[in-house]
Design a protein around this ligand. Structure first.
Ligand SMILES: *[C@@H]1O[C@H](CO)[C@@H](O)[C@H](O)[C@H]1NC(C)=O
Ligand SMILES: *[C@@H]1O[C@H](CO)[C@@H](O)[C@H](O)[C@H]1NC(C)=O
Ligand SMILES: *[C@@H]1O[C@H](CO)[C@@H](O)[C@H](O)[C@H]1NC(C)=O
Ligand SMILES: *[C@@H]1O[C@H](CO)[C@@H](O)[C@H](O)[C@H]1NC(C)=O
Length: 453
């Protein structure tokens, strides 16, 4: 990452040998049949598997070359080292381990106890080895700011002095502003990941009263043109642009075979429950009413199984969650403290057809990742009709359930965060990161096209 710094130290005495060396280097490059790979990846290691993409030995044409800023220690690395302080009330060290995968699950290779807040780390790890990554900002057409926005925002949310709470965000904006690339398109070709609710980074300028620990980072004028890839968009805010990306689930395969084999497993698993509910009541949240209704309804039905998250820890046991979800035809997905929840993606991974009660839980959040028509892959129940829930589900013909489940199973690869160390030639599908980069590419091309008019 220090590649460009050496040029400051060239003295006149070195110029001639240097020119000679460059000349020889060019000959070597041009005589290499794969020289295009070198130009694209700037990698000098011929056998570096990370530069080997899917079918062809170079970057897929659907994704433009992108650059990753090399952020100084204080922004991410130092925070991760002090992982005990990443969250005021939760111990995050186990979760940030293994580049955000968390702890491996015994006897289940490629499965990890991954926290829902890890999309920032997982995206970063995967992007670093992406064949479309370039190390020269001049040839890049898209720019990734690998700041762990959500980790930062939650680590400082109990700081009462707002100047101090917002300081790192302000420093980040100042740091990036020094790069000509940051200004080339007014920031329109830049993106940032937010692994928690975007709302937490959108504190308005003159907020009166309580602020719930929110931060101003995404309101900074320098960031107004960025695209925020977020697990939970604030649908009332139009700038900066927010685009939904999935919460991470627990499965992080390293090969396509593992993926196909898991899809086969959930396709053929015996589903003994019509529907199931995993969740707590959350008396303080906006969805308390619907959640307590669902809990009651599920407990009183012979066709529903429940895991009640009175103690939060129960709901962090991936084996239990996946076991129940893979045994159910339908998985209830009420909103929580925010409209979205990670369980949507656990449910997809389990081949369990999700049941929604709020259009902002998924349909309005993840357009890049979901099938066009909600009824192809999910069931929607108006909150007023919740008492008819069981009747509605029972009336759905078996054939239709099977069709929906098949669509859900086909969705799994795209909503998966592949293992950060997976080799490119072992993965023949697009995961979360590829889908996002391709969608961003379209957006960047459109913006550049517009600006040329
Ligand atoms: C690269 O791979 C080739 C054959 O696949 C092998 O002969 C060569 O030694 C490897 N080079 C390095 C630097 O690992
Ligand atoms: C990825 O590979 C490196 C090098 O072999 C290893 O040190 C690291 O632990 C691996 N990462 C994960 C998350 O398994
Ligand atoms: C908040 O912190 C800043 C920077 O450390 C300091 O200058 C300011 O006086 C503090 N404000 C209050 C109200 O304590
Ligand atoms: C955001 O983009 C617009 C053009 O679309 C430009 O006028 C404005 O200066 C940009 N903002 C920043 C902070 O660069």
């Amino acid at each position: 990452m220090e590649k460009h710094k050496g040029f400051h130290f060239i003295s006149p005495k070195c110029i001639i040998p240097l020119l000679l060396a460059s000349f020889l280097w060019i000959i070597v490059i041009l005589s290499n049949p794969n020289f295009h790979v070198h130009l694209i990846s700037s990698s000098s290691n011929h056998n570096d598997t990370s530069t080997v993409p899917y079918q062809s030995p170079r970057c897929n044409i659907d994704i433009v070359p992108f650059y990753i800023y090399d952020l100084p220690d204080q922004f991410n690395a130092a925070r991760l080292r002090r992982c005990h302080y990443l969250h005021p009330r939760m111990e995050m060290c186990g979760f940030v381990a293994n580049r955000g995968l968390g702890q491996p699950i015994a006897q289940r290779p490629s499965w990890y106890v991954t926290s829902e807040a890890m999309s920032e780390l997982l995206f970063h790890a995967r992007a670093e080895t992406h064949p479309c990554r370039v190390y020269d900002p001049h040839i890049a057409r898209m720019f990734y700011i690998p700041f762990y926005t959500g980790q930062y925002v939650s680590s400082v949310k109990e700081e009462n002095n707002l100047t101090r709470r917002d300081a790192t965000g302000v420093e980040l904006a100042a740091y990036l502003s020094k790069f000509p690339s940051f200004h080339r398109q007014g920031g329109l070709d830049h993106f940032l990941i937010m692994g928690s609710r975007t709302w937490e980074g959108l504190r308005p300028e003159n907020l009166m009263g309580t602020d719930f620990g929110t931060n101003r980072i995404l309101r900074l004028p320098e960031f107004s043109n960025l695209t925020i890839l977020t697990v939970d968009s604030d649908l009332y805010v139009k700038q900066p642009v927010q685009m939904g990306i999935p919460y991470p689930s627990y499965f992080h395969p390293s090969t396509s075979d593992e993926m196909v084999s898991w899809q086969e497993t959930v396709r053929h698993t015996k589903r003994t429950q019509l529907f199931s509910y995993i969740g707590g009541v959350r008396p303080w949240s906006m969805s308390a009413d619907i959640r307590s209704k669902l809990l009651k309804l599920c407990k009183s039905s012979d066709n529903c199984a429940v895991i009640e998250c009175e103690k939060r820890t129960v709901c962090y046991e991936p084996n239990k969650i996946m076991d129940l979800m893979t045994q159910s035809h339908f998985c209830l997905q009420p909103s929580g403290d925010s409209p979205t929840r990670r369980a949507i993606f656990d449910s997809v991974l389990a081949g369990c057809v999700p049941v929604f009660f709020n259009k902002d839980t998924a349909y309005n959040q993840y357009p890049w990742y979901l099938p066009k028509h909600p009824d192809e892959w999910s069931v929607f129940i108006e909150p007023d009709h919740i008492n008819q829930l069981e009747k509605v589900l029972k009336r759905i013909p078996e054939k239709k359930i099977k069709q929906m489940r098949e669509v859900v199973i086909e969705m799994i690869p795209r909503v998966t965060y592949v293992h950060p160390n997976a080799s490119r030639d072992e993965i023949s599908f697009w995961d979360v990161v590829d889908v996002a980069l391709a969608a961003l590419t379209k957006q960047v091309k459109l913006a550049q096209h517009e600006s040329m008019k």
